[in-house]
Design a protein around this ligand. Structure first.
Ligand code: C2E
Ligand code: MG
Ligand code: MG
Length: 716
């Protein structure tokens, strides 16, 4: 087999050159050759590219050493063998030092073939080595670049956790330069909460040979003092001499953690108040139930808290104000509880509290009292002073096995009981309440049915009774108050105290109240036509807060007046103080419109609520109806009796100064009447004059001119 060979011969003798070619041909080469003699030709030939150069040591104008030097300085990496007639040992050494592949004498040309083969092999090996080096360098550069630009942190640790290497990402992620960290223990950077876990993780990696891919998360201190959550995997490369350490690969997962935490928080917290939600509350309650089963000395209480007038605030001031109020309440109540207690918003205006480690019932009632007291202070909603209260139902843990929902239901029932007993109070659940709750639910269903049947059936389940209002000065009957009665098919007559709050709660008061208004106006219009008088009788109708919040109340009233033909001046609306306080803004505009129509406003049950006389300056009230508890105590010689009497006196005087009339409610005895007359109270209403009576009986009273009889009673 012949080996092709492109050859450059540096030689001044053509014969010698030919000899070289022949020698090569004999050794199995097929040379393509060019002969040059001068430096100039040599330089011109080099770019053609040769496998080999054979150079005579001495030429007339040039020599092999110069040729070698040119080669070394150029990029032509071609093996050069020096061939010469005679050469000293020194020159030979010099040639080799200059980079000659070999040297040989012209009279030993038999060695040329092997020398060329050898030189070409050497070259090939060298090329391969160079290529490998280049590839290695490229690879190294690639990895360095990856590490330099990786957002992941690569840390090499010693067996004991000493930091031996940190990648540049430590600067961007944690803020440290390499020199801040090298030589330190990695554990100095780990959050105390995660330290045990981190040590265990490192040990695990150390014990595992080579790769270990279990992940762990821990918090690491940033240079600025904040904490960063890293997710790490580690490899044990202690045995690898190029690393001899534990390689920790970490990634900053703080943002992902934050998002996860937020999602978890949202799943278990109420967005508005940031309190735990129902799900979390039931979960905590379940834990408490577990504890209850295991520990004899453990007990807990569940509070169910419902705001008493939230709907009114929401309807009158708007949902935004409602939200503000809920947040403010959440904030305020938090301070009344211990750190370990769970305070949750169940939804709407309902909250729940779990008190754990209760020693005595008084622990529970004390908390309930504190809550009531703190809620009694007004809330400021964008300049509106709002009062709210809460009805609280409480249930105490019992050892019988119950579900979290059962406790919550019991507390809810007790809360409902607190509401029916007058709100702004707490009740502790008892078994009897369950029955009562069922009965109440039944009553609610019946009330709904009764209201649905309004105007439809002849035999009305509702009826109005009328109670006379009398002038104490002249003993004249001036009008009646219309009072609603519900004839229940099974229970008989149900008192308004039992069903009016329920009707307010459910909203049934709206259609019911409208019916009352129409019925009362119609009756009074009929009496006025039947018994014309100089000063016509008037009718008082009770209006609840829920009715007041209706935007079309004014239109409804106008329409009823037109429909029944009653003069607006004969209609008096009885409202309670809470309406004013909860709807300050709404109330004042609506009042002015009602007044413009000629309708008078009576303040009902005065003295039982806020009794804020200052309101009387702002609202165009025509009459105060003093609550009967004041009248009751008029013939009571006790301290409270005396106090009530003096309060009554003050109210009457103050009202007179403001041009407001006063009616005393619940006048039952002649003694009370005498006292009321003495302090110049203008009007009275009560069993002493007459109980609330049917329309037919009232007609008789008017017809038979009972005034004479009333007068007789008053002078007796
Ligand atoms: P109120 O408006 O203060 O009505 C006076 C209540 O006192 C009536 O009770 C009346 O029967 C009672 N009363 C009158 N004189 C005496 C007395 O001398 N002694 C005693 N012990 N009580 C007397 P009633 O009819 O049970 O009504 C209770 C409450 O229910 C009313 O208090 C009123 O707030 C509400 N109510 C009654 N009818 C309606 C209505 O049509 N609509 C609305 N929204 N509420 C109504
Ligand atoms: Mg009334
Ligand atoms: Mg009253």
């Amino acid at each position: 087999m012949v080996t092709p060979l492109s050859l450059l011969i540096l030689e001044d003798s053509a014969d010698d050159a030919l000899l070289l070619v022949k020698a090569l041909q004999q050794s199995g080469f097929d040379p393509q050759w060019q002969q040059v003699e001068t430096q100039q030709d040599y330089l011109a030939a080099l770019p053609k590219g040769f496998d080999l150069i054979l150079a005579d040591y001495t030429l007339p104008q040039f020599d092999a050493l110069q040729a070698l030097e040119i080669l070394q300085q150029s990029s032509w990496d071609i093996p050069l063998i020096v061939v010469t007639g005679s050469i000293s040992e020194e020159v030979a050494v010099q040639c080799m030092k200059q980079g000659a592949a070999d040297y040989l004498l012209k009279d030993r040309l038999a060695r040329l073939g092997p020398a060329v083969t050898h030189a070409l092999q050497d070259r090939k090996l060298l090329d391969q080595k160079r290529q490998a080096e280049v590839a290695l360098q490229q690879n190294e550069a690639k990895f360095r670049c990856l590490i330099q630009h990786s957002t992941d942190l690569i840390t090499i640790l010693g067996l004991d956790g000493t930091i031996k290497y940190t990648s540049p990402a430590h600067k961007t992620v944690l803020g440290y330069q390499a020199e801040d960290l090298l030589g330190k223990s990695v554990f100095e950077l780990i959050h105390p909460d995660d330290l045990i876990q981190a040590v265990a993780h490192l040990q695990e990696i150390v014990q595992t040979a080579e790769s270990h891919l279990s992940r762990t998360e821990f918090q690491v201190l940033r240079q600025d003092g904040s904490w960063c959550v890293l997710e790490s995997t580690g490899s044990n490369l202690l045995a690898d001499p190029s690393v001899s350490g534990i390689v920790i690969h970490s990634r900053d997962v703080s943002q992902r953690k934050q998002a996860e935490d937020l999602l978890r928080h949202n799943a278990f917290h109420d967005q508005l108040t940031q309190l735990p939600n129902r799900a979390l509350f039931l979960d905590r309650l379940e834990q408490a139930i577990h504890l209850l089963k295991r520990r004899d000395d453990f007990s807990f209480a569940v509070f169910f808290l419902d705001l008493d007038r939230f709907k009114v605030v929401n309807d009158s001031l708007g949902h935004q104000a409602g939200d503000q109020l809920l947040s403010a309440i959440a904030q305020r109540l938090k301070f009344q509880l211990r750190l370990g207690d769970t305070f949750a918003r169940l939804g709407g205006d309902e909250f729940a509290i779990l008190l754990e480690n209760i020693r005595h019932v008084s622990d529970v009632t004390r908390v309930a009292d504190r809550i009531q007291q703190s809620l009694a202070l007004p809330f400021d909603l964008n300049g509106h002073e709002v009062f709210t209260n809460a009805s609280i139902g409480i249930t105490l843990s019992t050892p019988d096995h119950k579900l979290p929902e059962d406790f919550l239901r019991e507390a809810d029932i007790a809360m409902y009981r607190a509401k029916t007993l007058g709100k702004a109070r707490y009740e502790i659940f008892s078994l009897g309440m369950h029955e009562q709750a069922l009965a109440l639910l039944q009553l609610e269903t019946d009330l709904q049915r009764a209201v649905d049947s309004l105007e439809r059936v002849n035999n009305q389940p509702f009826e109005l009774q009328y109670q006379p209002i009398v002038s104490l000065e002249t003993a004249n009957l001036i009008g009646f108050e219309a009072l609603l009665r519900w004839q229940h098919p099974q229970r008989g007559l149900v008192s308004p105290a039992a069903f009016i709050p329920m009707a307010e709660e459910t909203g049934l008061i709206v259609p019911l109240g409208q019916w009352v208004l129409r019925q009362a106006c119609r009756q009074m219009a009929q009496w006025q036509r039947q018994f014309p008088k100089d000063v016509p009788l008037s009718i008082s109708v009770n209006i609840s807060g829920r009715q007041f919040a209706q935007p079309d109340l004014l239109d409804q009233i106008k329409q009823i007046l037109v429909e029944t033909g009653l003069d607006a001046r004969s209609l008096k609306l009885e409202i309670t103080e809470s309406i004013l306080i909860e709807n300050t803004q709404l109330a004042s505009t609506l009042f002015l419109k009602l007044k413009a129509l000629g309708i008078q406003l009576y303040m009902d049950d005065f003295g039982t609520g806020y009794s804020s006389l200052s309101y009387l300056h702002h609202f165009p009230v025509d009459m105060l109806k003093i609550d009967r508890c004041f009248v009751n105590s008029l013939d009571n010689p006790s301290q409270t009796g005396r106090e009530h009497k003096s309060i009554l006196q003050t109210i009457v005087m103050l009202a007179q100064n403001l041009g407001i009339d006063v009616t005393a409610e619940g006048v039952e005895t002649a003694a009370q009447l005498a006292q009321l007359k003495a302090i110049k109270c203008g009007y009275g209403q009560g069993y002493f004059f007459s109980q609330p009576i049917s329309a037919t009986k009232a007609t008789h009273i008017i017809a038979a001119d009972r005034q004479a009889k009333l007068k007789h009673l008053m002078t007796a």
